[in-house]
Design a protein around this ligand. Sequence first.
Ligand code: PLP
Length: 393
Amino acid sequence: MRSRIPYSCQTIDEDDIAAVSECLRSDFLTQGPQTRAFEDAASAYVGAGHAVAVSNGTAALHLVCIALGLGAGDLLWTSPNSFVASANAGRYLGADVGFVDIDPQTGAIDPDALAAKLIEASAAGRKPDILIAVHFAGHTHGFDRIAALCEEYGVALVEDAAHAFGAAYEDQPDRMVGSHPQSAAATFSFHPLKSITTGEGGMITTGSEELARKLGMLRSHGVTKDPAYISDARPDDGGWYYEQHELGFNYRISDIQAALGLSQMRKIDTLMAARRDRARRYGELLSDLPLHLPLETDKSSWHLYVVRLDRRYTNVSRKALFDALRERGIEAHVHYIPIHTQPYYRALGFSSGDFPQAEAYYDTCLSLPVYPLLTDADQDFVAAAITDGLTLA
Ligand SMILES: *Cc1c(COP(=O)(O)O)cnc(C)c1O
């Protein structure tokens, strides 16, 4: 009897366990040398000037919005086809949140919809202060156009790259996600289901030294001990002296987690190659079915492999297919319930019908299991179950 096949799962090996054990025997458990080494490895890998590790991907988004000066009454736009954290980042600061509808081919913000909405917003005198673009599933198609539009309209661009650690930009294949010259910062998540994991964890990459310094302070209570920034020290103040300059948080990552992250990073090429191979293989196995398959690409980090029912050729409901897979122990998933249809956002004035492409996407999408440890046999089993689910109905 085959055990369950989850839609995603972490890859932990003996090296990872040894790295964490070694950290537990060291002098530092919270933010210390492992955290700095993890940040250095990540910024070198991504090709960004600076990396700041934090407690999770949501904290990363929150801190970037603070550091960019977002506040009450300001405006943040993001994709409705994302996890709620992408929008909540603005709400934490009292900013208004808006959404830009998606391109169903990519699941990400449609650059044409963004262009149209920016023209309208400019005419109305209410341009967004920040756009959080989400690299849905790890894909980056159309991102250079989004970046160019943000530059043209003076909108600060942030990449929610929670899905995209290890991805390269489709339009600039020599560049890793997290190093785009036109974005203020990119945020990553190291939740167990993401490209690499630290249990809980996150990272911000940026080309700006000033922004990185601010983020480093904000993640630890807004406090600094750096002599270059101390303003009020008296001659009698000694090595204990610190100053709080901003209202920061405790969003630190621990060295235990950073040790795991550093160990995971050593395997990133293998992990990415495995995910890309799984995606390529699904493309072969599912090509004859009444499904829209994701765009083919070897730049994506393939956090998700999302198929959509092709309504020209099948009436099978998404729920029926989902349930048919569950019966065989295959835990497919759905990404995402459009954020604006959540009760919290409806209470702010949004309603169903506001972003029709994201809603149509939600109605037909299904995320199939994709992760490095998924075997050929697992994938064949999934493909057979989908074929049966679509034909026997
Ligand atoms: C996972 C995720 C987040 C949040 O990351 P956490 O580390 O879980 O806080 C944010 N945005 C997207 C798109 C995600 O998938």
